[in-house]
Design a protein around this ligand. Structure first.
Ligand code: V47
Length: 376
């Protein structure tokens, strides 16, 4: 493989990786241009194994989208409905949201991941009460809720500073922020696909504030639409620069664009090879972010399995009732049991580790996949 890497002109990049040196913007573009996907995967896998050996993380989580009413008009979105009352719009009552957790009282869940539309008419108390209620029902549950875009929206709507919004949500039980809403940081792309929501600087500033308040967060990248390779690398470097400052990002999550039922439906979905390439380059460029996650709902289960040899060490979780991707045409299941996730990781030749949101080990690789505690 070393000879193959040299013949591809990537000897210099491999040398930097060996020496623990940081890759540059130009290196990132060259990696995206490399025609030999296996060589790229080999390099990314080395970095993955340096950090995690064969360990592959997943968690036992549920996903909740409490409303799809959203004032933003992102071209890639198939989930949002503009106004309450529009066909297909919904907003859960707090009881309905809490029921989603109550229904799973028998399951050893560790996380709820909440993402909502930007609803113009709900009071701030709705969100605060939602968090308090989840903690009342299950004090130990980790609440990973509200993207930076939602935090910015709350601040504008309720006339508060971003930091105040974060502090009040944290006091009500918020534990961390998911990475949604990052899309592509380049202004050219944002102007075209999501012009009327929080911009890049504010997205990053909110993550920085959250890190300063002691919360961990994730960062995503929506790829496979109108972005260029340069813009992907630029996106990664902006995330890397913030991570240098705060160290608060846990995972980088490339999200494959799904074209059904949205305004960019004429674009093809990214291919499996593109998905493997994006995850591999992410692992190589983001030397300071511990985990690269393949969100199996977005990549498809089989591609996620292969990605475990292309830099990925995390598959997100059991999920349950996912809407954003399924309304955009995802053909993956909407949920998986922990047993099914462990088996697919083992089938890919890796070692399954159930983690909590902060990557503490819940069930190590030595546990049998059908242990009673894992059966749902
Ligand atoms: O920000 C919306 C994306 C994101 C489409 O932090 C679409 O652990 C593809 O951020 N095709 C929300 N993508 C999901 C998200 C996420 C997922 C898994 C784990 C974590 C985490 C975060 O979904 C949005 C947007 O980038 N999205 N529509 C679509 N048609």
């Amino acid at each position: 493989m070393q000879k193959r890497i040299a013949a591809l002109g990537l000897g210099n990049i491999a040398g930097k990786l060996d020496a623990g040196e940081r890759l540059t913007f130009d290196d990132g573009v060259r990696l995206f241009e490399c025609p030999d996907l296996l060589a790229l995967g080999w390099l990314a896998n080395r970095e993955r194994e340096k950090r995690h050996d064969g360990r592959t993380y997943y968690n036992f989580n549920i996903r909740l989208e409490a409303t799809n009413v959203c004032v933003a008009s992102c071209l890639f979105c198939s989930f949002a409905r503009l106004r309450p009352g529009d066909a297909g719009s919904y907003t859960m009552s707090l009881e309905q949201a809490w029921d989603k957790l109550r229904e799973r009282a028998h399951q050893p869940l560790t996380e709820i991941h909440v993402v909502n539309g930007l609803h113009p008419d709900l009071p701030f108390d709705y969100y605060l009460e939602m968090l308090r209620g989840f903690k009342r029902i299950r004090p130990g549950i980790h609440l990973k809720c509200f993207t930076a875009v939602e935090i910015a929206f709350f601040a504008d709507l309720y006339k508060m500073a971003d930091e105040q919004v974060l502090r009040e949500l944290k006091d009500a039980g918020l534990d961390s922020l998911p990475g949604g809403g990052a899309e592509i940081f380049a202004e050219r792309v944002r102007r075209k696909i999501c012009h009327d929501k929080c911009g890049t600087e504010r997205y990053l500033e909110i993550h920085k504030l959250a890190h300063r308040l002691g919360m961990r967060t994730n960062v995503t990248m929506l790829y496979g639409h109108i972005e260029t390779r340069d813009e992907r690398v630029d996106h990664m470097l902006r995330a890397r620069a913030l991570q240098d400052e705060t160290g608060g990002f846990q995972a980088f999550i490339p999200l494959a664009f799904h074209p059904d039922n949205n305004q960019m439906r004429k674009l093809p979905a990214p291919s499996a090879t593109e998905t493997l390439r994006v995850h591999a380059v992410s692992r190589l460029m983001l030397d300071n972010i511990p985990h690269v996650k393949a969100f199996w709902i977005a990549t498809g289960v089989e591609v996620a399995q292969v990605a475990l040899w292309f830099g990925v060490d995390d598959l997100d979780g059991t999920v349950q009732e996912e809407k954003i991707y399924h309304m955009a045409g995802a053909r993956t299941p909407e949920a998986m049991t922990t047993g099914a996730i462990r088996r697919l990781i083992r089938a890919a030749g890796r070692d399954p580790v159930e983690r909590d949101t902060l990557y503490n080990v819940v069930t190590g690789p030595e546990a049998p996949d059908e242990a009673p505690a894992l059966v749902q």
